[in-house]
Design a protein around this ligand. Structure first.
Ligand code: MSP
Length: 687
């Protein structure tokens, strides 16, 4: 059966979604739509990577359990996919994969068992138990070799991660190892015999030279005492699987590997192997570790691994919250149509290379290519059909007796000229699209827009309309324009599903461009005499000055020109990238409280138990994780800020009826309780 399987990385559930995540999803969504349009049964996976020390840490910082943390972040991801039209309801992904699903545990355990029974190509056990000591970067979730860290300035200090600039942890523990070092030749042979396995070719070269440089065995477990949030190693629950082993395996567990139910619902044999779309930042995991695991388990390798570049700000700098140059998803969603964002992403970034993303550039492209380009071609053509042809598609043929007349106007009477042009463009477009050269493919489509625009301008339909004898000539020009619009709607559907559908409908066509295979398009199938629908602009022009001033004057929303506006907060630490409305803030009931009593809790060295008066009949019982930093006695009598409408929850069997507000700073998240320097009564509300 003709099937296709495309995946995005599964994103860490420790921080909120941003443009980078949105981007890979847009690319995968576009690929999936293009395949479906060609009649290929397609499965599209995206999701979240929910285990590991980083999620544990983020959860701890945010005062949540790891599962709560994952659920919290996932709710933002699914909100994003729905808003940007990428979820199942909008014809997008087939599964939002989560590594905390029980079926994933089953599948990943099965893979582990298989590999632990396997021999490497050099005849050794693929997994063995050893001892590991090394410098570990928690944010990267990997051990770093000497060339991957910055040596410390002062002797005795730990080295720092080259990517994160944070100190590395010295980790020494019993660990299971995957004998990656035995897979170098096997991997090189795959990459030599399948030149398309890793793409683009310059990335393939990088991966090959990395492998040629010698592979080190990979530690694939951590003691449960150091990382507990993860899948236990089958037969040895004192160990937790390395998060990348767990995460990469999602690509096969999602479709049924190691689980009957998923197998029935989707089908491993039906869809595997996949095309993996990844950012260049995680290519090594996908192009070296993952194929090696699969080789060891005797599972077919992926169809291909394609690495794209990174989005930078308009000045070419990496986007980061500290620089204040990130693109806010809420802003994108508020001011731009999904289609405009998709078009910009695919047109602006040469797939594989880094690209620059800025609101101004996005507005410029939306105005020039969409509003004045495809959108204008569509509305001028349809408006003229409404005006001059009584809203009916005219005939595309000039009768014999009118040929000479038509020739005199300069209109090409041979319809195969324009048909040939657009067929050639379509072939090129499809080929470029199949090669994931989206930017080129869109350029090709725009060569059609330009050509048809010029045809209209040269033919001057408004003049032809004045001459009754040129009615057929006028009709032919408009027919060609309308038929080209039909072709463009089909070609551009995967990139701009909403606009394509809208233009399709305005042309009076039934069904959807989603169901038309572009390779099967035939010139002239637009039916003469069919009624067009009401003409509406598909891409309204954007008022750049107005929108930019709104975006830049928004609270702390950064743009290319604004100064960094960031305060290190707890929220920042868990990756808040979106802003809330004042009404959202109003939902939080913050009250002035006074600590009446405070005491330590036996066997809970972090918690203090407090009674706090917030102006109610009874004082609140509140537990706070501040015992390591505050002497209980010193807190008595102190004015504090309490979140009064926080759902009560039990900690160590004691109910906490609210939360004390504190700043948190430094590596260890040291708390500093918020207080008042002026007199204020208990129970006063903070607004
Ligand atoms: N959880 C791992 C992936 C496991 S896959 C089995 C992970 N997650 S991540 O949240 O860090 O997401 C990384 C991916 O997000 C990148 O590979 C890329 O797809 C996307 N991007 C993150 N930042 C990006 C840009 N600035 N630009 C483009 N894409 C980026 O790594």
């Amino acid at each position: 059966m003709n099937t296709f399987y495309v995946t995005t990385p599964i994103y860490y559930a420790n921080s909120l979604p941003h443009l980078g995540h949105l981007y890979t999803m847009i690319v995968a969504d576009t690929v999936a739509r293009a395949k479906r349009q060609r009649g290929i049964e397609t499965y599209f996976l995206t999701g979240t990577d929910e285990h590991g020390i980083n999620i544990e840490r983020a959860a701890q910082k945010a005062g949540r359990t790891p599962q709560e943390q994952a659920d919290y972040v996932v709710s933002y991801f699914t909100k994003m996919t729905s808003e940007f039209g990428l979820d199942t309801a909008h014809g997008g992904y087939d599964i939002f994969m989560r590594t905390t699903k029980p079926f994933h545990y089953e599948g990943v355990s099965e893979l582990w068992r298989r590999i632990s029974k396997a021999k490497t190509p050099k005849g050794n056990n693929a997994i063995y138990k050893g001892h590991y000591e090394g410098w570990f970067c928690a944010p990267c979730a990997e051990y770093k070799t000497e060339d991957e860290y910055q040596k410390p300035k002062n002797e005795g200090d730990p080295p720092t991660c080259l990517i994160h600039d944070t100190p590395l942890d010295r980790v020494s523990e019993e660990s299971y190892f995957f004998r990656l070092s035995d897979y170098d030749e096997a991997l090189l042979s795959v990459m030599e015999t399948r030149p398309d396995f890793v793409r683009p070719d310059y990335r393939r070269n990088e991966v090959m030279s990395f492998v040629r440089g010698g592979l080190q065995d990979l530690s694939v477990s951590r003691l449960k005492t150091s990382v507990s949030w993860g899948v236990p190693v089958p037969g040895d629950p004192a160990h937790t699987m390395y998060v990348w082993f767990d995460a990469l395996t999602n690509y096969i567990t999602a479709i049924g590997f190691g689980n009957e139910e998923r197998q029935k619902a989707v089908g491993f044999e039906k869809f595997w192997p996949a095309l993996h779309l990844v950012g260049k930042d995680i290519l090594r995991f996908h192009a070296v570790y993952w194929p090696a695991f699969l080789l060891a388990a005797g599972i077919e390798l992926p169809r291909a691994i394609v690495a794209h570049g990174m989005w930078l700000d308009p000045n070419g700098r990496k986007m980061s919250k500290t620089l204040g140059n990130t693109i806010e998803l809420d802003v994108l969603n508020k001011y731009f149509s999904n289609d405009a964002i998709r078009y910009f992403c695919l047109r602006e970034m040469v797939f594989g290379q880094d690209g620059r993303f800025g609101y101004e550039a996005l507005i410029d492209r939306a105005n020039s290519d969409l509003a004045s380009g495809w959108g204008n071609l569509s509305s001028r053509t349809l408006t003229m059909i409404a005006r001059y042809c009584d809203s009916r598609i005219p005939s595309g043929l000039i009768p014999e007796d009118k040929l000479l007349l038509a020739k005199r106007t300069g209109v090409d009477t041979d319809e195969t000229t324009v048909a040939g042009f657009i067929e050639h463009a379509r072939d090129q477009f499809v080929q470029q699209f199949d090669n994931l050269a989206f930017s080129k493919a869109l350029e090709t489509a725009w060569s059609v827009v330009a050509r048809i625009d010029k045809m209209i301008t040269d033919a001057k339909p408004w003049d032809l309309a004045k001459d009754e004898n040129q009615k057929q000539t006028l009709g032919v020009v408009l027919y060609r324009a309308a038929e080209s619009l039909r072709w463009l709607s089909v070609m551009l559907y995967p990139v701009m599903p909403e606009a394509s559908q809208a233009i399709w409908k305005q042309l009076g066509l039934d069904g959807s461009p989603a169901q038309v295979d572009p390779t099967q398009l035939k010139w002239g199938e637009l039916k003469e005499g069919a009624a067009i629908a009401e003409v509406q602009p598909v891409f309204p022009r954007m008022d750049k000055a107005k929108i930019m001033s709104e975006i830049t004057s928004g609270p702390e929303i950064s743009t290319e020109s604004s100064a960094p506006a960031v305060h290190a907060t707890q929220a920042d630490a868990v990756g808040i990238t979106s802003f809330i409305e004042i009404d959202d803030f109003a939902k939080v009931d913050l009250r002035v409280g006074q600590v009446l009593s405070a005491e330590r809790i036996p066997k809970a060295d972090k918690l203090l138990l407090m009674k706090v008066d917030i102006g109610e009949e009874q004082p609140r019982q509140i537990l706070a994780g501040i015992a390591q930093y505050y002497e209980p006695e010193k807190l008595i009598g102190r004015k504090v800020v309490i979140v009064a409408n926080l759902k009560p929850r039990k900690l160590r069997g004691l109910e906490s009826q609210g939360m004390v507000v504190a700043a948190s700073y430094g590596e260890e998240g040291r708390p500093v309780i918020a207080t008042f320097t002026e007199d204020v009564p208990n129970g006063a509300r903070l607004k």
